[in-house]
Design a protein around this ligand. Sequence first.
Ligand SMILES: NC(=O)C1=CN([C@@H]2O[C@H](COP(=O)(O)OP(=O)(O)OC[C@H]3O[C@@H](n4cnc5c(N)ncnc54)[C@H](O)[C@@H]3O)[C@@H](O)[C@H]2O)C=CC1
Ligand SMILES: O=C(CO)COP(=O)(O)O
Length: 427
Amino acid sequence: MATLGGNAKKHKVTVVGSGNWGSTIAKVVAENTRENPNLFEPIVQMWVYEEEVSIPKSSKHYDASSELCSKPQPLSQLVNQLHENIKYLPNIALPENVVANPSIEDAVKDSSILIFNLPHQFIPKICRLLGGKILPFARGISCIKGVEVSESGIRLLSDQIGEELGIYCGALSGANIATEIAMEKYSETTVAYDPPAMDSRQPSPSGSPSTSQVNLVTTDLGDLHSATSKQAQPSKTKLQALPADYPPLTHETMKKLFHRPYFHVRLVSDTAGVSLGGALKNIIALAAGFVDGLGWGDNAKAAVMRVGILEMVRFGQAFFSTTHHTRATTFTEESCGVADVVTSCMGGRNFRCAKMALERGMTVEEIEEKELNGQKLQGISTAREVNAFLKSQGMEADFPLFTAVYNILEGKIKPQQIPDLIEPKDT
Ligand SMILES: NC(=O)C1=CN([C@@H]2O[C@H](COP(=O)(O)OP(=O)(O)OC[C@H]3O[C@@H](n4cnc5c(N)ncnc54)[C@H](O)[C@@H]3O)[C@@H](O)[C@H]2O)C=CC1
Ligand SMILES: O=C(CO)COP(=O)(O)O
């Protein structure tokens, strides 16, 4: 058994993204890197998409006489001076070892662990910027909720990132309203990490290979492009081994990175189940918002949640069971499945915005723009992407709730039609 610690090098960690969840995860991992200096470098880099931000009068940092409040300031500088992300995670103190960095190239330099945490529409751009700039043996974790759909099929975001960057990428997802976790209120999450076996190697007692030594291994990353069949076809990506002078990157190391007394981590190997749970629950949360916005109450919400969970399981089985060995139990037993549906349908942004849209007679996009102060919904684009994929497979009718949400967003049907559309046949 390889032991933790005692290695010449430590893992440097970068969080790519600094929104509501990105800043929260930076806080979580920075607390852990500080507590585990035998495994990790204490400083956590957090890449910030730079923008000019004014300190609001409601902030405890507001002081009319201060230079800082006289005009808008670059967000990264404010984070580093105030140790708070006043725009995306206000009123939460970030540990001083979180360093905001507006240069993505600089933020990822020499990092062996990359945590991707930004709205999914920005992944292609980020991967283009990162190409050739990261350590070739880096490992990723995607905390992003969504899927990628293109002409060639559907891909998990962890696969998209892994394949575009030529690295292994796992996934973290769960019933995780960011602000509650930032306030250190108890929650649990699911981390899917199924790295190449070479990462858990024994550290060599002497003459460890240097970081420049290349060990290429062909590994099945389960690419999901499904040109000819419903189940997507795996592709081969060459992975470079983690050099032996780093601590092995095992489930144990990942737990040390993410688990906190208030944030309980369960590790599993079903990356597809974890990724899909986080993506599809956002469509269900929109449906819950629509029925709540009609004033229909908790029974109606429970009905769409029940149907939504069944569609989630069916989706995983239909498209990801052969190549990714997705298990129905990941959706029904883990935080990333049923628990995320429940929390998202009670207090998530997708739920709240869909509800408000109905109450105010506006579109969900208009509410997002007006109410979220730059935060982004993932449910609208996911509903559209999933619908495009289902259409391409001729399977819209097999997913009546997902299809209804799409049609409501497109203005083709009314939310009042949901009950008839999702009505199961009598047995
Ligand atoms: N907020 C939450 O409670 C949770 C969010 N998530 C997921 O985490 C992911 C990230 O979401 P949040 O951190 O909540 O983000 P957010 O919605 O709070 O913030 C939007 C982020 O996008 C960035 N951005 C804006 N324009 C950009 C551009 N052109 N290029 C790159 N970045 C740009 C902003 O700087 C900001 O960091 C999403 O997939 C979301 O579904 C997952 C669990 C909980
Ligand atoms: O993913 C979330 C909770 O687990 C947050 O959902 P929203 O993006 O709808 O706020």
